[in-house]
Design a protein. Structure first.
Length: 177
């Protein structure tokens, strides 16, 4: 009896490329909620970023931006390294705190838009991007909820944990690559 040669398993990067290029599957209600959440966040962050860029040279806005940064949880993860980076950029480029916050809000809006469009197009890479981008900030959000709890922060943390948990478990991400 002649045995067939063992089939070679494709290289990891090839399997990853195929996985990321595949279609994610049907939209259920929770995926539609995630798309809506990402779209609303992108719109709010874009509006905030543009507004801060337009009115960014008004010093009375510093108090307002500090308040909005705290309430919208945009200061999550702002430890010593991020503070040093911000101070370095302010010093080297002559950027104000308001300008840096506006650019950061616009960059985050671009990420949220990419996630929403990718999920709407049923792309598998968007599911991975959403889990990674959302999951990275969960420890910082939890720290903020413990340190300065507000109803908005608790709700945002609960929604983000639900998004990561749902996409990871239900969509079977990170299994079998």
């Amino acid at each position: 009896m002649v045995e067939a040669p063992p089939s070679k398993r494709p290289h990891y990067l090839h399997r990853l490329w195929v996985e990321l290029g595949s279609i994610g599957g049907e939209h259920d209600v929770f995926i539609k909620v995630i798309i809506l959440d990402k779209t609303v966040r992108a719109i709010v962050l874009t509006t905030l970023g543009i507004g801060l860029l337009v009115a960014g040279h008004n010093h009375s806005l510093d108090q307002l931006t500090d308040f909005l940064e705290n309430q919208l949880n945009l200061n999550v993860g702002r430890g010593i390294i991020v503070n040093l980076l911000v101070r370095g950029l302010e010093y080297a480029g002559g950027f104000t705190h308001v300008t840096l916050l506006a650019v950061g809000a616009l960059a985050y809006a671009a990420l949220e838009t990419t996630e929403a469009v990718g999920l709407a197009m049923q792309r598998r890479w968007a599911e991975y991007l959403t889990v990674i981008a959302t999951g990275i900030l969960i420890p910082y959000e939890a720290y903020e909820v413990i340190r300065h709890p507000t109803l908005f922060k608790v709700g945002a943390l609960a929604l983000n944990v639900a998004v990561v948990g749902y996409l990871t478990y239900r969509k079977r991400l990170f299994i079998g690559i």
